[in-house]
Design a binder for this molecule. Structure first.
Ligand code: SF4
Length: 486
């Protein structure tokens, strides 16, 4: 969600006349879009702000803005601890950023602005999309749940739902621009519709996405087991472009801990959902989030988590060691678990998950998968001469992109582009990815690949114009550090 907010910030700034500085140049503006979920987020922010101070002093007129969840949490403290920050804005007023920057410049004093409720739905703001083939689409913001470990509701507010027509229109426009995959975003996508009184709205939205011509892949995150109803499973199964993958946060396998977390489902309900998903979508890969060492967690509670993990057979899991988040109810609960105990349980959990995901991935050996080629998914691709992307079930696949050639380099063959679709056979299942080391069975060039190629050509032409003009021509804003034009 934060990555998508950054796309909105970048789009907004680009609309206001800013452009990204060339690599290595000193920017006129630095925006930090912060997240408060991770431990030490505040320390890292103040550390980064401190590092920037010498550049700010040396570069007259440079501005620094801080937004996102941590800004919402820290508020005025940021300008107290780092008085060289120019703008602090909250999660509800991203749209005010250009205006606040201007005001800070004119008045020569820091501007701090927070709205208590959402003024403009972020999806109404312009966006500068990071990927030309795959896009995030917000369907709701905020959350009506009160999980005791979570800071989100107090920082992002209660759930606000976008109208289905707005969402479908945005997806239609993205598809027209070349996008073939969308991920629907919400803190709890399954409660989508609660604001406008339609409990079946999410399943209907999935089915409506199935009607959009040219949209090949639909994903969503995150569902919540409490609200995950059978109509959604059926909509997934009956809508061919909804992908057979499900990220279903478990958090704990112990009913006592789920109660303490204020998660309104129990282990049996969770396992029943997975059973229902697998009966309708046998090929679905299911992933999860688990917190270890929540206050009061006993060895027996932890054993319950291991037991659910064994039964659920997750394709992979994000595992977290519980640590105190100031401002959450769990922060002051009795029974905080000692660090060494948390560490020990964490290691046992990770070992079990790795064992199961390896077994599940090994079962993929010999299967044929369709991979949407991605950019930046395989760190070792250059060394291994592979490319990477996601299978329909969202497993990461590193594959050989070329048909065999005499010297094994694939020279002469047209390489698939990010956004193209490659069909290949899996030759090895590792714990966190799949390998396909045979020649691809099919390479389908797509509109998304064309869009990627056009964007690359535009960037190359901007760069060569910049070189011809002594590096003065700005390139479009992406994520990161924009500089003001002119
Ligand atoms: Fe936080 Fe998710 Fe719980 Fe909402 S459902 S309170 S976002 S953990």
């Amino acid at each position: 969600m934060n990555a998508h907010d950054s796309e909105r910030v970048a789009g907004l700034l680009e609309d206001a006349g800013y452009a990204r500085v060339p690599e290595g140049a000193t920017p006129d503006l630095v925006v930090f879009n912060t997240c408060a979920v991770r431990e030490n987020a505040a320390d890292r922010l103040y550390g980064n702000l401190g590092h920037l101070l010498p550049s700010k002093k040396a570069h007259q007129g440079m501005q620094i803005a801080v937004g996102g969840c941590l800004a919402q949490m820290e508020r005025e403290q940021i300008t107290r601890r780092a008085p060289w920050v120019d703008v602090v804005y909250g999660t509800h007023n991203i749209g005010s950023l250009p205006k606040l920057l201007e005001r800070a410049r004119e008045r020569r004093e820091a501007q701090v602005e927070f709205e208590e409720t959402l003024a403009t739905f972020p999806s109404l703001l312009p966006a500068r999309r990071e990927s030309p083939y795959s896009a995030w689409v917000s369907i709701s913001v905020g959350c009506n749940n009160t999980c005791t470990f979570c800071i989100v509701p107090s920082l992002r507010g209660t759930e606000r739902d976008r109208r289905p027509g707005d969402i479908l229109e945005e997806i239609g426009q993205l598809v027209d621009q070349g996008v073939i995959e969308v991920t629907l975003l919400g803190q709890n996508v399954n409660s989508y519709g609660s604001e406008f009184g339609d409990r079946l709205a999410f399943g209907k939205l999935l089915r409506a996405c199935g009607q959009i011509e040219g949209l090949e892949r639909v994903r969503f995150t995150s569902p919540h087991p409490r609200d995950f109803t059978d109509d959604v499973i059926t909509a997934m199964a009956e809508t061919p472009n909804v992908m057979p993958s499900l990220h279903m946060p478990l958090q704990s396998g112990s009913d006592a801990i789920l109660r303490a977390m204020r998660r309104a489902y129990r282990r049996e309900r969770y396992l029943t959902i997975l059973e229902n998903v697998r009966s309708q979508l046998p090929q679905a890969a299911i992933t999860t989030d688990i917190i270890v060492g929540f206050p009061g967690e006993t060895e027996a509670d932890f054993a319950d988590t291991l037991d659910v993990v064994r039964q659920a057979r997750f394709a992979s899991a994000f595992t977290f060691q519980y640590s105190i988040r100031a401002g959450t109810p769990a922060a002051t609960m009795d029974g905080q678990v000692p660090r060494d105990v948390v560490q020990d349980r964490y290691e046992r959990l990770v070992a079990l998950i790795d064992e199961i995901s390896t077994e599940e991935n090994e079962k993929q050996d010999g299967t044929v998968v369709e991979v949407l080629v991605a950019e930046g998914e395989g760190r070792k691709d250059a060394a291994t001469r592979r490319m990477s992307g996601r299978a329909r079930d969202n497993r990461l696949v590193h594959f050989v992109p070329y048909p065999p050639s005499a010297d094994g380099s694939g020279a002469g063959a047209a390489a698939p582009r990010p956004g193209d679709v490659v069909t290949t056979r899996i030759t090895h299942g590792a714990p966190h990815h799949l390998i396909a080391d045979g020649a691809p069975l099919d390479v389908r060039r797509t509109r998304a690949g064309d869009a990627w190629e056009s964007r690359r050509a535009a960037a190359a032409s901007a760069a060569s114009t910049a070189t011809a003009h002594g590096g003065a021509t700005p390139v479009p804003v992406l994520l990161g550090m924009p500089a003001r034009r002119g």
